[in-house]
Design a protein around this ligand. Structure first.
Ligand SMILES: Cc1cc2nc3c(=O)[nH]c(=O)nc-3n(C[C@H](O)[C@H](O)[C@H](O)COP(=O)(O)OP(=O)(O)OC[C@H]3O[C@@H](n4cnc5c(N)ncnc54)[C@H](O)[C@@H]3O)c2cc1C
Length: 430
């Protein structure tokens, strides 16, 4: 079989390797870091004193059941069963009142009707506004041509949404899904999340959370069935040109190449880089000396911290703030203080608990900013070099910067590689 070299061991590069590897291609993948997974990975953080270091996810990564390519990738690695799915979304108001959104017996799209009507965090006017906008979204999805040019907030204002509908529903779901504020997010992405996740099928919204640290989803064992895929860690690709890759000072040539590196790395390697901007995410890890909640996860309304994930018996919580520009200038201590202050409002047991330790991860370059007008700046799979194909969550994958988007881009690059060998396998689902 022909040989392909892949730069980057994030989800895009790994997905391309898994697809081509299963079809017998000789694959060599080069990853600069000592572990796989890129931004969707885990690593050990030093513990104080005698304690064993803690393995933490770079940040809690969640998927929805509509992320069909990502689930297919996990299946290829034998890791599909490691994703636990949750059918209930918990919305908590400051003060601790909980509203639950979950599907009932009706088929999509009215499958949420029963629980939605019972949600206490929305007034009757909020609910009416949200229902009206969801119907409009369904209608306008294929008809409007300007959805990449206007912001989601523009569209919500056109639909006369109430302040609570915007803050407690649309913002709460979309800012974390797209990693951008409503006024900076192209409406097309908000439409896609709600269409695939909430309207087109009854189970698309179910939230998947890995039951093991992210990095363990891609360990060597998972690749045992593909001996033709060789994963080279601590191997930085220094240059890419028509002659091939330069890796750690050595020139390497093959039949085809895939570049699955973050867009900000391309220029240094001699490749054209798209003119995209970044949007940050901040993750806060808190360990308490006792259980402070029994909820598995929750979305926290109207405070700085947006989502809570219960990582270990209600004692170790991970909090996430997407599009976290407001936290950039703050110190880690200031961020921890805000996090603990927010938690006290939602989970009264935090008042009696002692914080044992805390860890803050500020990812300034978490994803590209999905601003209006960005779609046309995202390049496709082809490059200016004939046998080099591009992948990465920033390419035009049809999805925003997500794990699903990264895997889609990897499958698309793998399909393009296979096509040049007069082979036309279909890896991409949907
Ligand atoms: C904090 C945070 C939270 C997130 N939460 C979610 C979430 O909940 N759900 C979701 O779907 N998505 C989430 N995302 C987005 C998701 O992680 C990314 O979209 C996806 O992982 C990107 O994959 P990728 O392969 O395109 O890029 P990357 O993961 O960046 O992979 C690129 C790889 O290339 C390597 N590399 C760089 N330079 C070189 C070089 N010169 N030579 C060799 N290797 C090199 C890097 O080390 C990296 O491993 C989150 C991202 C962050 C940062």
């Amino acid at each position: 079989m022909p040989k392909v070299l892949i730069a980057g061991g994030g989800l895009a590069g790994l997905a391309a390797a898994a697809a081509l590897g299963r079809d017998g291609w000789e694959v060599d993948l080069f990853e600069a870091r000592p572990f796989l997974g890129g931004r969707a990975t885990s690593y050990a953080v030093p513990a104080g004193g005698e304690e064993v270091p803690e393995t933490i996810d770079n940040c809690q990564h969640v998927l929805l059941r509509c992320c069909v390519n990502l689930l297919d990738f996990y299946q290829r690695l034998g890791m599909r069963e490691r994703i636990a799915f949750y059918r209930e979304f918990y919305f908590i108001e400051p003060g601790g009142r909980i509203s639950v959104l979950k599907r009932g017996r009706l088929p999509a799209p009215p499958h949420f009707t029963g629980s939605f009507l019972r949600m206490k965090c929305f007034s009757a006017a909020d609910k009416l506004a949200i229902a009206r906008a969801l119907l409009a979204l369904r209608r306008e999805r294929t008809r409007r041509q300007d959805l990449d040019r206007i912001s989601m907030l523009d569209w919500l204002n056109q639909k006369r949404q109430t302040p609570h509908a915007i803050d407690r529903f649309w913002r709460q779901v979309l800012v974390s899904a797209i990693n951008e504020d409503l006024d900076r997010m192209a409406a097309i992405h908000g439409f896609q999340v709600f269409w695939l996740g909430f309207l087109s099928s009854a189970d698309g919204y179910e939230m998947g959370i890995p039951s093991i640290p992210l990095g363990q989803l891609y360990t060597a064992d998972a690749w045992q069935g593909m001996p033709n895929v060789r994963l080279h860690l601590r191997s930085t690709v220094e240059r890419i040109d028509a002659g091939g890759f330069f890796v750690e000072g050595k020139a390497l040539a093959a039949d085809r190449y895939i570049c699955a590196l973050p867009f900000e790395k391309l220029a240094a390697l001699g490749l054209a880089a798209p003119d995209l901007e970044h949007s940050p995410i901040t993750g806060v890890h808190l360990w308490f000396d006792r259980e402070v909640t029994t909820l598995p996860h929750a979305t926290l309304l109207e405070r700085t911290m947006q989502w809570m994930f219960n990582k270990d018996r209600g004692r170790y919580l991970q909090l996430v703030v997407s599009a976290s520009r407001d936290l950039t200038a703050l110190s880690r201590k200031e961020i921890v203080d805000i996090a603990v202050g927010d938690l006290r409002l939602f989970f009264p047991r935090v008042h009696d608990a002692n914080l044992v330790k805390a860890h803050v991860v500020k990812e300034q370059r978490a994803t590209f900013s999905a601003a209006p007008g960005t779609e046309r700046l995202r390049p496709g799979t082809e490059s200016s070099i004939g046998n080099l194909f591009m992948a990465g969550d920033w390419t035009r994958s049809g999805w925003p910067a997500t794990m699903e988007g990264a895997v889609r881009s990897g499958y698309m690059a793998a399909e393009a590689v296979a096509r040049t060998a007069e082979n036309s396998p279909v890896y991409l689902i949907g």
